[in-house]
Ligand binder design. Structure first.
Ligand SMILES: *[C@@H]1O[C@H](CO)[C@@H](O)[C@H](O)[C@H]1NC(C)=O
Ligand SMILES: *[C@@H]1O[C@H](CO)[C@@H](O)[C@H](O)[C@H]1NC(C)=O
Ligand SMILES: *[C@@H]1O[C@H](CO)[C@@H](O)[C@H](O)[C@H]1NC(C)=O
Length: 559
């Protein structure tokens, strides 16, 4: 702890240590002693505590301060999704590029990621969840720290929070508004938001960012109510309307006034038509159109949004037969639902900065068969295919893949050295493999999550050998209709925590080797025949194999 929080005054280290969630016992002990001696010297602890925390803010390097203040947007007890957070930071312009001699320019998202990590190291935020690749997926602020953050944000006029407590008070009166011009609003309303749009917002001409939060549905009588808001707040850079439910599925054309907009999320809004004026939003860096409706009518303008970095498209972008050209989106890092039916495959090949790509249309799986792929930055890939897929091609074209999810037939399963040794997460569906893939997969040094689903293997026997799958934490074996036997040698999967066996109707029993998996915490048996289950229950002949597992869940629903 002391090492990680190095360079800060002792009191902060102490408090920081207290606030961190994962201190070791020794660290906690030291922290405890230190805090006691500190507090015994301090009178009026509550206030002193506040002062000490304030120091930790004052000590922050200047580039981290706005990042920290920005966290005041998020309501108490909310787990903050870091991917979105980082995109908003970038859109806000609070992340600046660092030029390193010799090395190329770092992506803004990577700089932001480092800032986030630094805030964690300074114990100002806590990691809640990490992804399988070790990325921080969600984070949270300790309540004391959050209080400081909100206070500072208020003091510095960084943002205004509008919630059900103060919405009435704020409307109509100027009394409660902070002095100066409000540039950011966090709207935390668990009710109809009509009262807010447009009457309240009209007065905020200087608004740069509006983030909406709500636990339940936030209703808007009709999207038309946004017109005057779009018309007035033309300086907006960040607009998160996630989850707002309005009558009519058409976004008003006035959205086109927001020419500075860099972040627009319409996720779960049921919007199904975008107006042609969306073409004006040339600065967009993140556009999230996973609206909850599988089809959204999108005009043919996306290809001109050259600053686009993260693009989430719906399953279908509408019936127009116009061709889209996306080949110029050189900054694109994330592309969800590549609109293969509207685009030239050659365009996709030009998007060489992609880090995450999803293609959910099986007609285009052939891309990964014949073309000369070169996605050297791609970390995460999902695609569906009707035709046979060559994993070797995929591995050669995408040498830095961490996550791979393929839904479709795979003929020849490669040798271990032909797969990326970086793979952390692999999901195969409907591969129809004739040969047991385990001897290859078990040699991937970092594989941590494996799902074999829907007859991804159609033989009778799987065999996992000693020392195989050194890092595997989670394994799902789902619907392998021919599988009769699964052999698991002692010493295989030494790190396994979760195992799910689902609907493998011919599998007679769990492997003997299960009893050596001392790390196993969760075993889920789902849609298996009663004969299979009763063997595992108390008194059953296989119970000894699983009696050490803390949680064994049977789902009886199906058979
Ligand atoms: C999705 O859009 C269609 C029209 O494009 C509409 O009829 C339907 O109600 C929408 N679905 C939802 C859930 O809003
Ligand atoms: C495996 O993961 C570790 C820790 O994340 C990393 O340092 C190492 O480079 C990875 N190995 C490969 C082959 O990618
Ligand atoms: C179980 O798998 C069989 C094929 O093996 C399939 O027909 C059936 O629908 C599956 N059942 C469930 C509940 O998924």
């Amino acid at each position: 702890m002391v090492g990680r929080c190095g360079g800060l005054p002792l009191a902060i280290i102490v408090l920081g240590g207290l606030l961190a969630s994962k201190a070791t016992f020794y660290e906690w002990d030291t922290v405890h002693q230190n805090i006691n001696s500190y507090l015994s010297r301090a009178n009026g602890q509550e206030q002193r505590l506040g002062e000490v925390l304030a120091l930790s803010y004052n000590e922050l390097p200047y580039q981290l301060k706005p990042c920290f203040l920005h966290l005041a947007h998020f309501p108490e007890n909310v787990e903050i999704p870091t991917k979105k957070l980082i995109r908003i930071w970038v859109a806000e312009g609070i992340i600046s590029l660092v030029h390193n001699e010799g090395e190329g320019e770092e992506a803004l998202e990577d700089v932001a990621q480092r800032h986030l990590t630094e805030l964690v190291a300074r114990c100002m935020i806590q990691v809640v969840e990490k992804s399988s690749t070790g990325r921080i997926r969600t984070c949270q602020m300790h309540n004391l720290m959050r209080r400081l953050c909100v206070e500072k944000a208020y003091e510095e006029n960084f943002l205004l929070e509008i919630n059900s407590w103060n919405v009435d008070e704020l409307r109509g009166t100027s009394r409660a508004r902070p002095v100066g011009k409000v540039r950011r609003i966090a709207l935390c309303l668990d009710q109809d938001v009509d009262m807010f749009f447009p009457s309240h917002l009209k007065s905020h001409h200087h608004l740069r960012s509006l983030l909406c939060f709500h636990e339940k549905t936030a209703r808007l009588a009709e999207w038309g109510l946004m017109k005057s808001f779009f018309n007035k707040c033309r300086l907006l850079r960040v607009l998160n309307l996630e989850g707002i439910q309005g009558q009519g599925g058409k976004l008003p054309k006035e959205i086109g006034f927001l020419i500075h907009l860099r972040f627009l999320s319409l996720r779960n809004t049921k919007i199904d038509v975008l107006p042609p004026s969306i073409a004006n939003l040339k600065c967009l860096m993140t556009l999230d159109l996973l609206t909850g409706n599988s089809t959204v009518q999108i005009p043919n303008v996306i290809g001109n949004m050259h600053k686009m970095r993260h693009l989430y498209l719906p399953e279908s972008c509408g019936g127009s037969i116009e061709r889209w050209q996306l080949g110029n989106l050189k900054n694109l890092q994330t592309l969800i639902n590549f609109p293969a039916e509207k685009c030239d495959v050659g365009d996709l090949m030009k998007l060489t900065n992609l880090r995450k790509l999803e293609i959910d249309d099986p007609k285009f799986g052939h891309i990964f068969r014949s073309h000369n792929l070169q996605f050297s930055h791609l970390k995460s890939l999902f695609f569906v295919s009707y035709e046979d897929i060559s994993i070797v091609h995929v591995a050669l074209g995408c040498p830095n893949l961490y996550k791979l999810h393929i839904d479709g037939p795979i003929k020849n399963f490669p040798e271990p050295h032909q797969l990326s040794s970086k793979l952390v997460k692999l999901k195969l569906m409907g591969s129809g493999l004739l040969v047991d893939p385990m001897p290859t997969l078990e040699k991937l040094p970092n594989l941590s999550l494996l799902e074999l689903q829907l007859d991804s293997f159609i033989g009778k026997q799987l065999h996992c050998s000693q020392n195989g799958f050194p890092q595997l934490k989670s394994l799902v074996i789902h619907e392998m209709s021919n599988l009769e036997e699964w052999k698991l040698d002692k010493g295989a999967m030494p790190s396994l925590i979760k195992l799910k066996i689902e609907n493998c109707t011919k599998l007679e029993k769990v492997p003997e080797g299960l009893r050596f998996l001392t790390t196993l915490q969760d075993l889920e048996i789902r849609s298996m025949f009663a004969a299979f289950r009763t063997k595992l229950e108390k008194g059953g002949e296989d119970h000894y194999k699983v009696q050490h597992v803390p949680t064994v869940v049977f789902c009886y629903c199906d058979y």
